[in-house]
Design a protein around this ligand. Structure first.
Ligand code: GCV
Length: 716
């Protein structure tokens, strides 16, 4: 039995000076280790378990004093880390029934041979690593770990992140510097940051990373590129992260030199098989592929009259012998819609394309569905597609990179929004016809994507993160709460946003109660604040959708084929998506959900304009008219954005100056930009509707605070 022992040299690290944010939530500098053992024993020969032991030793002891292989368990208090089969050999009395499934872990304290042991047990070596990070997080939050008995099982097998990095080193929708993976058409020589990213990801139980843009360069799977990918896989491997890549459907032509990429052509199938075989030869633990096809000018099966299942299956069959998976994105829509057609609706697209294909996919295909039917907006309903594919594995796609939500220049903590989506009950328990129609009870999105509702073999989560070379990964120090929150929810979607924000604040800024309270409060209010000064009542973000998706651009959604319409004109606003008179989108939901959205009386205010077109004078459940809500929410939102600055100022001197000043600067900018948003939106609606603000703040004839050339005609 291999048993590696690391003895700790416990050094106390006071609040570290010069905080850069590079360590994220893994700073390990507020640990009270007095009553804990000073020995870490790693059992077995797994490199991942060794990684876990080293992490624990470095975190608790700053650096281990000595390393050595022992023949047997030392007869003194120790942390003992290992997989079940190795630990059972040392502790045969452990009850096997407690062992968690999947990558789960079991933390348990036991007494034996006159010593006390803190056992970290995984069914897999990943489980040992996750258990170790969980134990460390408890110690860092100053929780009592003198007695442990905790078993945790992940919600779903797929807990991935995606990076939209291009081979030239740029990142699509990335806001924190250039790629950590690529530069100048090749994989970087120095992959130190990749290994560090692997550590961060492992600490939140992420087990896969797709490293390149879904608008993929076919070169990513070219024979000369595969050895470069293998270097990235090597950097991730100690952290249990599987490498994945996004592939372009036309690769068999562009890279393989074939005359076609028709998924039903045997030569195409053979090319995918050869390519997969070669990848697995060099990267035996490769995770699989992500595919974006027939979307936003990407090539796809429709070019040959084939379906998404034809396309997915030809690649999935090539991966299957190697246990690889194919994540096929449901983000397929026509961006040349006719905006004059009141029945046209981009929101319908994913369901219309994929629902008829349910049950036609290989069992290693996972349909990756964006949380809402449009595109990462500040407020969308949960996609109806989650409730419509009982015979297909699914994953939810979230966005940590804040494309439409302030691009890491605005503080927007997204866990509360993700919670609403994950908890949303699709009510498909009894509505589904087919071989899995027996499901009863609640069917929230989180239980559908985990595979629980319809007993799917696969399923889970994939979030677009887009970390960059910026030392603190995501540019805004507080944006890291989104990456942390994503991992925590993928592991356990039943956690509350409150618990997650508090954990993150403690781990990132220390345990001072006032600091923790202030930061948690700021995080938890930030999504609503951003929504208030940007997009009202489910109408979308009202951002500049034709440019960089940042800053106000109310007009940009209209009169073009992109289908992000809010249909605001001089009379009213909103998309009529009802079954009765609109696009019929609401009919894609189960009857129970339809009841919630189809009538004005039942539709919740926050999604009103997503589901209905109403006059500006329509009175909301809140008692306000739509137009007054737009005015009030934008003024309130901008005011609250300014209050974020004041709240942050209350932690001055209680955290390090570096991060304090960095965040302060960003919050001040946000408060200013919130005013820009407010004025642009309220003036546009005043000018368009001619209805005055009952509080008199929106000035007739004034746009951007300047007298306008043409004054709107005021109506009341
Ligand atoms: C990678 C949105 C983004 C695109 C992105 C696309 C997608 O439209 O603006 O940059 O492309 O979504 O998710 O594929």
């Amino acid at each position: 039995m291999a048993l590696l022992c690391l003895a700790l040299l416990v050094a106390i690290c006071p609040m570290c000076a010069g905080e850069t944010g590079a360590e994220g939530w893994l700073r390990h500098n507020d640990l009270k280790t007095g009553s804990l053992p000073t020995l870490v024993a790693a059992v077995g020969s797994s490199n991942v378990v060794r990684t876990a032991a080293n992490e624990l030793a470095h975190a608790l002891g700053n650096r281990p004093k000595a390393e050595g292989v022992a023949a047997q368990l030392p007869a003194k208090d120790a942390f003992v880390l290992g997989t079940w089969k190795d630990i059972l050999a040392l502790f045969p009395d452990l009850p096997a029934a407690r062992l968690p499934a999947g990558d789960g872990f079991w933390l348990r304290t036991v007494r034996s041979h006159g010593a006390k042991y803190w056992l970290v047990i995984g069914r897999t070596d990943r489980g040992v690593l996750y258990g170790t990070f969980s134990l460390l997080a408890r110690i860092a939050q100053q929780k009592d770990v003198t007695t442990l008995e905790d078993v945790q099982t992940p919600s779903a097998p797929i807990r991935w992140v995606s990076e939209w990095d291009n081979l030239d080193g740029s990142i699509e929708r990335g806001y924190a510097g250039r790629s950590i993976f690529f530069d100048n058409g090749a994989v970087r020589t120095d992959l130190t940051r990749v290994a560090q990213y692997g550590r961060l990801l492992a600490s939140i139980e992420i087990n896969g990373c797709a490293i390149n843009n879904v608008n993929a360069s076919p070169r990513i799977v070219a024979p000369e590129f595969i050895p470069q990918l293998a270097r990235i896989a090597d950097a991730f491997r100690p952290w249990g992260i599987k490498l994945a890549v996004s592939v372009d459907m036309s690769s068999p032509m562009v890279v393989g030199g074939l005359k076609t990429f028709d998924p039903l052509d045997p030569q195409v199938a053979a090319w995918w098989q050869r390519t997969a075989d070669e990848i697995y030869k060099q990267i035996p633990d490769f995770g699989g592929f992500v595919v974006k096809a027939d979307s936003e000018d990407r090539s796809g099966p429709s070019q040959y009259g084939r379906t998404a299942s034809d396309a997915a299956n030809v690649i999935a069959r090539a991966l299957k012998p190697h246990h690889g998976i194919l994540m096929y994105r449901a983000f397929v829509y026509n961006h040349h819609l006719d905006w004059r057609d009141m029945k046209a609706d981009r929101a319908r697209a994913a369901y219309d394309y994929f629902h008829p294909l349910d049950g036609k996919f290989e069992d290693n295909v996972v349909i990756q569905i964006k949380y809402g039917p449009i595109d990462f907006q500040v407020r969308e309903p949960a996609s109806p597609l989650f409730g419509a594919m009982p015979n297909t594995s699914q994953a939810i796609e979230l966005q940590v990179t804040q494309e439409y939500t302030g691009q890491q220049r605005h503080l927007v903590f997204l866990a509360p929004m993700w919670k609403e989506i994950l908890d949303f009950d699709e009510h498909v328990g009894t509505a589904v016809v087919g071989r899995r129609s027996s499901v009863v009870g609640k069917t929230p999105v989180k239980d559908i994507v985990s595979g629980k509702v319809w007993h799917q073999p696969l399923g889970g989560f994939n979030a677009v993160v887009n970390v960059g070379l910026d030392e603190n990964w995501l540019a805004h120090p507080l944006a890291m709460a989104n990456l942390y929150g994503y991992g925590r929810l993928a592991w356990n979607p039943n956690l509350s946003a409150e618990v997650i924000s508090e954990e993150w604040a403690r781990l990132t800024f220390g345990n001072n109660p006032q600091v923790v309270l202030t930061i948690s409060k700021m995080l938890l209010s930030s999504w609503h604040i951003y929504e208030s000064y940007t997009g009202p009542l489910g109408a979308g973000t009202l951002t500049d959708i034709l440019g960089d998706h940042y800053g106000p651009g109310v007009e940009s959604s209209e009169r073009n084929g992109w289908g992000q319409w809010h249909r605001a004109d001089e009379h009213g606003m909103g998309m009529d998506r009802t079954v009765a008179t609109g696009t019929g989108f609401i009919g894609q939901y189960s009857p129970e959900v339809q009841k919630k959205y189809e009538t004005l009386a039942a539709c919740p205010d926050e999604l009103l304009l997503f589901m209905h077109h109403v006059p500006y004078t329509y009175v909301l459940h809140s008692g306000k008219t739509v137009i007054q809500h737009i005015y009030d929410s934008h003024y309130d939102g901008a005011e609250q954005a300014a209050e974020l600055v004041t709240q942050w100022q209350s932690v001055k001197g209680q955290i390090d100056d570096e991060r304090y000043e960095d965040v302060l600067k960003r919050l001040r900018y946000q408060a200013g930009h919130a005013i820009v948003w407010r004025d642009a939106v309220v003036n546009w609606f005043f000018k368009t509707s001619g209805i005055r603000d009952e509080k008199g703040r929106v000035q007739a004839g004034s746009v951007w605070g300047q007298p306008a050339l043409g004054c709107p005609v005021e109506r009341s």
